[in-house]
Design a binder for this molecule. Structure first.
Ligand SMILES: [Zn+2]
Length: 133
C-alpha cells in the first residue's frame, strides 16, 4: 500500500517507494548526502574500529594529497584571489596594530593616577583637619 512520507532533511512530502522499508529521505542529492553523513557519523560513534579505519583512510588520502600543494595550485590558478587576499591581510594587520597598544598596561600611568588620587585624598584630609582646628 503506497503512502507518503516526509523527508527528514528537506521536509517535503513524497510518495513512498514500495521497495524501501521505513523511508526517511527523498532521492534528492542533498538529502541523500545528508542521510549518508548522518549514517556515517552514527557508525563512527558506535564502534572504535570504524573510527580507526576512518582515520587511517583519511590519513592515506591526506598523504597522497598534501594540503599545501593544493593551496599552491589554487593560488597559481587564481591570481585575483591572491591580490584580494593580500589586501585583506594588510587590512587585518593594520587593524591588529591599531588595537595592540590598548592591550598594553602602562604601569607608570597607573602610578601617576594613583598618586594624584592620593594627593587629592591628602588634600581633603588636610583641609578637613584645618576646619576642625
Ligand atoms: Zn528531501
Amino acid at each position: 500500500m503506497p503512502g507518503t512520507f516526509t523527508c527528514h532533511h528537506c521536509g517535503m512530502i513524497f510518495p513512498c517507494n514500495p521497495r524501501i522499508k521505513r523511508q526517511k529521505y527523498c532521492s534528492a542529492v542533498f538529502c541523500q548526502n545528508a542521510r549518508h553523513n548522518i549514517t556515517t557519523k552514527k557508525k563512527l560513534l558506535r564502534s572504535s574500529e570504524s573510527r580507526m579505519l576512518h582515520g587511517a583512510r583519511n590519513k592515506r588520502w591526506r598523504d597522497k594529497h598534501p594540503t599545501h600543494t593544493y593551496q599552491n595550485q589554487y593560488r597559481k590558478s587564481h591570481p585575483e584571489y591572491v591580490l584580494s587576499n593580500r589586501e585583506q591581510q594588510k587590512m587585518r594587520n593594520n587593524k591588529r596594530q591599531k588595537r595592540a597598544p590598548s592591550m598594553i598596561v602602562k604601569t607608570y600611568a597607573y602610578k601617576a593616577v594613583s598618586q594624584q588620587q592620593q594627593g587629592v585624598a591628602i588634600d581633603i584630609v588636610s583641609h578637613t583637619q584645618k576646619r576642625r582646628c
